[in-house]
Design a protein around this ligand. Structure first.
Ligand code: GN1
Ligand code: MG
Length: 374
């Protein structure tokens, strides 16, 4: 893997893109479990600073960077037009991909690493843990709105850049393969967690079976709807822009809804070690349902709305299985900060699944109340 701290390399990469003023420098930002991200600064003729976001695409995870960038350029251009039509500000409400000097959508360096450059949306913040229902309702509006704006996107032009990304039975099979191979030799540390997943095998196929039977539709979905993939506006405190478009693919709206709940309606962080702090907040759940359904509701079917609470549980279980599988595989996929990080993340997910199971009737009641107001 290329050294990302080697400044000569990075300057070469920065130089592959047009300069937006006088080059001032770059700095890494720690964000996400997958890609490497840097902020690049330019001095403008007016004496200000213009910043861009430079990212190395993790091609171990994203094995089809050409298709991935085709998807992102297509979707952001489409969103740009819609935002303009709706009287919004396309420079702040969607990402923009800046091509290289030779007009390519990304730059391949001498090590084969793929780099892309985005606009940096100024005067925004991200939220990692909810501190009130307003932010989470706003995130619901943002992801619901994203769904709604892309409802008439030509889905046939989208590439499935990571096949079976939210195909939970396929994730279950990967997890069983990780247990069987036990490459890290750590399976004995995770017996209760392994049994937890196995006891829920039947849940895994609920959504994929409905898709296969044509009972729920395939849509253009984001597929990684963590709360911290929404930029909030410093001035208005409102959700402004949905980011991290790497996994925009054909999928189910249930994947987007469910993954948002997994991350944002948890009363603790995704990797909280103290499991007594982990639970599903019904208030946060209600806030997200309100925001999401207000923005996307009319484009969803009754069947999809019926399944929203279950999708929260399903996506939490799926993510937990992925963390656990990575722990057993020796931490080859998600970035970790310490040796047991993936096991800790898996335990957090399973504690949350358990709590959602206890609260499923209440979650269903919330959705039934909110849908009546649509
Ligand atoms: C990864 O790194 P980030 O935040 O973009 C992962 C998601 C997981 C998430 C868990 C491409 O997302 O699927 O839900 O970690 N992205 C990919 O925090 O695998
Ligand atoms: Mg991501």
């Amino acid at each position: 893997m290329a050294s990302i701290t080697n400044s000569t390399n990075l300057i070469t990469i920065i130089n592959a893109f047009p300069a937006f003023g006088e080059y001032k420098g770059y700095r890494p930002i720690v964000e996400g479990h997958i890609n490497d991200t840097f902020i690049v600064e330019y001095g403008t003729a007016e004496g200000g600073t213009l910043r861009c976001l430079l990212q190395r695409i993790n091609t171990n995870v994203f094995k089809k960077p050409v298709e991935l960038m085709e998807n992102i350029v297509g979707v952001t251009a489409f969103l740009r037009n819609k935002i303009k039509e709706n009287g919004g500000d396309p420079d702040r409400e969607t990402l923009t991909v800046y091509p290289t000097k030779t007009g390519r959508k990304f730059f391949v360096d001498e090590d084969g690493s793929c780099w892309r450059l985005y606009n940096y949306v100024e005067d925004t913040y991200t939220v990692n843990e909810i501190s009130g229902t307003a932010d989470f309702k706003a995130a619901g509006e943002a992801f619901g709105g994203f769904q709604n704006l892309l409802a008439d996107y030509p889905i046939d032009t989208l590439f499935e850049t990571i096949p079976h990304f939210h195909d939970t039975p396929s994730r279950f099979a990967d997890f069983e393969a990780a247990v069987a191979a036990n490459v890290s030799g750590r399976a004995h540390n995770a017996q209760p967690e392994i049994e937890f997943c196995r006891a829920r095998k039947a849940d895994c196929s609920v959504v994929t079976d409905l898709i296969a039977r044509g009972e729920i539709p395939i849509r253009v979905t984001h597929n990684d709807t963590k709360l911290n993939n929404v930029l909030f506006d410093n001035a208005t405190r409102k959700a402004l822009c949905v980011v991290d478009l790497d996994t925009v693919m054909p999928g189910s709206a249930l994947y987007d809804f469910g993954d948002s709940i997994r991350f944002g309606a948890n009363t603790a962080a995704e990797d909280e070690k103290d499991l007594t702090k982990v639970s599903l907040s019904l208030d946060y759940f209600r806030a997200f349902v309100e925001g999401y359904l207000a923005a996307a509701g009319k484009s969803l079917t009754e069947k999809e709305i019926d399944l929203l609470p279950f999708s929260g549980k399903l996506l939490t279980l799926e993510c937990g299985m992925r963390f656990l599988g990575d722990y057993l595989n020796g931490d080859t996929y998600f970035k970790i900060d310490y040796p047991d990080h993936n096991l800790v993340r898996a335990r957090t997910q399973f504690k949350l699944v358990e709590d959602m199971e206890k609260k499923m009737d209440e979650m269903n009641a919330v959705v039934d109340e909110v849908r009546k107001t649509l």
